[in-house]
Design a protein around this ligand. Sequence first.
Ligand code: SAM
Length: 323
Amino acid sequence: MPISVHPSVEELAALLRLPDFSEVYAQADRVRARHKGDVVQIRAILEFSNVCRRACRYCGLNCRNEKIARYRMEPDEMIEVAYAANQAGYRTIVLQSGEDPHYTPEILGEIIRKIKETGMAVTVSCGEMPREDYAYLRRCGADRYLLKHETADEQSYRALHPDGTLKERVECLRHLKALGFETGSGFMIGLPGQTMETIAKDLLLLKEIGCNMAGIGPFIPHPDTPLRDHPSGSTELTKRAVALARILLPKANLPATTSLGVLNNGEKNDVFSCGANVVMRKVTPDRYKQLYEIYPAKLSPTHVKEDRLELEEQIRALGRIPL
Ligand code: SAM
């Protein structure tokens, strides 16, 4: 079934339900090859604070979780890690945290300025901020911003986020886009109340915003959150959503998300063949890494350079080119 340029919710939902998705995967792979080539971009991700003022019901970092020990990295330590990542060959670093007001725009801006001296691209992923704060970070040199909309279904959004609205989230994304950030959104597969139609709406929202990046990953339950008993999202459905995102947004950067790697036993092969062209590798120092527990995952110790070399090898073994 050929996919129209402007598919409807119904059309996308029907595709997601196909008994055999192989033709769509093949189309997504062709689109990826034509628009992104065989390169897989490797990004370093530094999780610099697990303090969060929000109470998102799926997330282990939510402010109501009293079981988690909280940490904040010092700016100098962050810059040191970024320089080590640069030395190891990374061209992009993603600075991610909970929504932590301790890191004012001035503090973040100074960190970004210092990291930009390496020539690396800087992606920020620190949640919602007023437009002027995003503008300030942009002036300090931030290139990209990652803020997933999580679900495009208003009712689900409200149920999952006691302290925010979908409208506010989307407004932030529009501000980021208008300010010239390479703008990344994305969503989770397997949230309560999700249907093929809501996933279709998620995909169409990515297109409507004009996202340059989209992270689509399965929900994984965290034992210290209200969604502890909700099952994990389907990896197959996640891959289908990634493939459709590739077809709808041919030029976008689409990561094989860490959560997909977790459920897929680290098997990235098939997600790279269904449209993804980016992978992230944690450079978070070991003393913090286990504490950045969005969802439970077995984490190996961080060795910035060796981890990168290993990933490059894995990518080459798939016949792709690491960058
Ligand atoms: N505070 C920033 C924000 O909200 O954009 C960045 C950090 S937030 C922890 C990063 C991402 O983790 C979210 O966008 C969400 O999709 C993902 N996440 C949180 N809890 C998750 C879970 N239980 N399973 C899978 N992904 C989860």
